[in-house]
Design a protein around this ligand. Structure first.
Ligand SMILES: [Cu+2]
Length: 157
């Protein structure tokens, strides 16, 4: 009787841990990668957008050189650029620079990850594995939390 009560209490405590305890942030050397997320995609969508924030706490510049995911044939870093009055996106060449002290945000309407050749739709509430490779810091595996189809903010997990 006593044991099972203790067990029940322990379970209740685990359940009550604040959401922040599961914060979805990563560290790689001097780089901090926070809140990787993606938008859910329609069933036949060929591509999907991924987003995250990278902060360089170090004293030297680094570059995000390549990104890959088992969920897509290819992942590119894109930037949005005005071409006359049309917004176009294009691949960032020679890597995305993360200057010392800088925070680079990949978010809807700006820099983003373009997952091309999706092997299936990105489903809301799931997580998509992704590997980021930096020129100096090396590689790290993260997970994109998939939010709603037109979401502009990372999902709250
Ligand atoms: Cu794009």
């Amino acid at each position: 009787m006593m044991m099972s009560l203790r067990l029940a209490l322990a379970c209740a405590l685990v359940t009550l841990l604040p959401v922040g305890a599961f914060a979805h942030d990563y560290k790689l050397g001097a780089l901090e990668i926070s809140q990787p997320w993606a938008r859910a995609t329609a069933p036949a969508a060929p591509a999907g957008g991924g987003y995250l924030t990278i902060t360089n706490k170090g004293t030297t510049s680094d570059r995000l050189m390549s990104v890959r995911s088992p969920a897509a044939d290819k992942v590119e870093v894109h930037e949005m650029k005005m071409d006359g009055n049309i917004m176009r996106m294009r691949a960032v060449e020679h890597g995305l620079e993360i200057a010392p002290g800088a925070t680079v945000k990949l978010a809807p309407g700006g820099f983003h990850l373009m997952m091309m050749g999706l092997k299936g739709p990105l489903k809301q509430g799931t997580r998509v594995p992704l590997t980021l490779t930096f020129e100096k810091a090396g590689s790290i595996d993260v997970e994109l939390a998939v939010g709603g189809m037109g979401a502009t903010q990372p999902p709250q997990d």
